[in-house]
Design a protein around this ligand. Sequence first.
Ligand code: SF4
Length: 361
Amino acid sequence: MMPRAETRRMKLILANPRGFCAGVYMAIDVVDQLLDICPDETICVYHEIVHNRHVVERFIRRGVKFVESIKEVPNGAIVVFSAHGVSPAIRALAKAKNLTAIDATCPLVTKVHAEAIRYARKGYQIFLVGHADHQEIVGTRGEAPEAIQIVQSPDDIPNLVVRDPSKLAYLTQTTLSLDDARKVIDALKVAFPQIKDPPSEDICYATTNRQTAVRAIAPNVDLVLVVGSSNSSNSLRLTEISENRGTPARLIDDKSELREEWFTNVESVLVTAGASAPEDLVKDLVLHLIEHYGAEIEQHDVYREEVEFGLPGTLKELMRKRGIDPAGRRIRMDLRADFEEWLTSRGIPMKVVDLTVGATN
Ligand code: SF4
């Protein structure tokens, strides 16, 4: 355990928005709902439901089985496709095994799949900008493998195979760094001036907003703490953005990973969280920093998010088959109000600084 430091005042800035996005909230809700309505059945999730160690471990403790292959799912069982999406080949394997497939893919990932299908049908070659081994890229590529080539950095561009420079399009992973994606896209446009943009921005609202908040606040603090797991793309990007702006950043799964030496000469800390990191871990961290450093809390509001996704159609169908009305089973997300209530219940004051540049819908 970290030694208790001599109490000193520290300014603790909380980024808003931080933590769960609408897609993650929906995906976790799907597994929660299944545990509730199918308590005696095997529930398997193909790949981590979201990239967060705590979320996965909590579900394992409740009996959920995480698999990396459809072969691992017992015949006739329920399988949930994670928020990152899957390729059509995985869907076909699930169907062949007569599994009940519940699709928790984020609708914003599904949108990129649809764009890939549309461009491929029109005879375009597609450059998919992203991390080749990320589950989302694996799934999107699977929609049109013959048409898609992965571009991870500008260095990949000379190796791309082009049939017709007038029939090229690019798409991106939803959780890229805006800065890094811009470098790759600019290089693609220089190499292939006729390349088509996606019909709408692929980097999602949650990635954009969390990065914008870090970009705005990180230069004004001594240290940035990002709550999230090391396999979470959007969490990693938040640390990189801070470091690129000259402020050291640490990615931690939870408060147990804090190190006293990180706080030497640190008077101000920004706390944020990746889109898959549960808010209770942020709360634990905040309490720890108050206890050890007498931290005073400010929340800096950069965006007010009001995005919510409904339950997936496949889950609603399962509910109806079992005589459950899906209407009203959706819990509204209002993480900001929940946090403020939590602080108030503990008598912890918080100043809100309004840097709002807009609501995101
Ligand atoms: Fe969807 Fe974006 Fe959240 Fe990924 S980070 S689940 S794309 S909203």
